[in-house]
Design a binder for this molecule. Sequence first.
Ligand SMILES: [Fe+2]
Length: 239
Amino acid sequence: MIDLHSHVLPGLDDGSPDLESSLDICRMAAADGITDMVATPHYRNGVGVRDTGVIPPAADLLRKALAENGIPLALHVAIEMPLLENYLELYRDGTWLAYDPGRKYILLECPPLPINGAQVLSRVVDALLRAGAIPILAHPERLPFLDRIEDVIRLRRQGALFQVTAGALAMHSSSGHRAREWLDRDIVSFVATDTHGTNRRPPILSEPRDFIRARCGAAVAEALTNGNARKVLDGLPLD
Ligand SMILES: [Fe+2]
């Protein structure tokens, strides 16, 4: 399985504080059957990174430690970008690190927007698509302004991709309700852990995979926890 969303790099944001904690996360992920994990540190959001130049050395440090400790996990990097005023510039100048070498797939942290948030988000998605990007929405199930399913279907048809948080699927909350409804309506393209530590959103994808398998079948479960993410890393179109 492939986890497209994690705060596993040590000391860069509100995720793992140090190398040992990063290794603990990676050990747990590998034991769960996760083969690939993408580190997606926050950018300029509270404690997030202010200079993306710190990301590659942090990833190299962790990769080295993974090899030394015999932990079988391939580590990739991207960035979780909040909606900033100059988002198009950040995409064009390469600050917004993408998932794939061709720099198409990018992770957008869904902003807490007001009541007309769906329209605002739709304009952002449109501008990014025109610039050549394919925006993946991080934890969209948390957004109350996406309560109207028509708005969600429109965003999806427009070309936004929905990445739901693993832990949300079983939640008895409005986030959980939205996540399950979107799953049933074929809106969701990925499930990711958004892990911040072994206790805070742990790096577990087997539970959501089994949940989806029971609800939607094995093929959907495979696509949402592995197949679609592989295409994203390879820069290939999703089906
Ligand atoms: Fe995150």
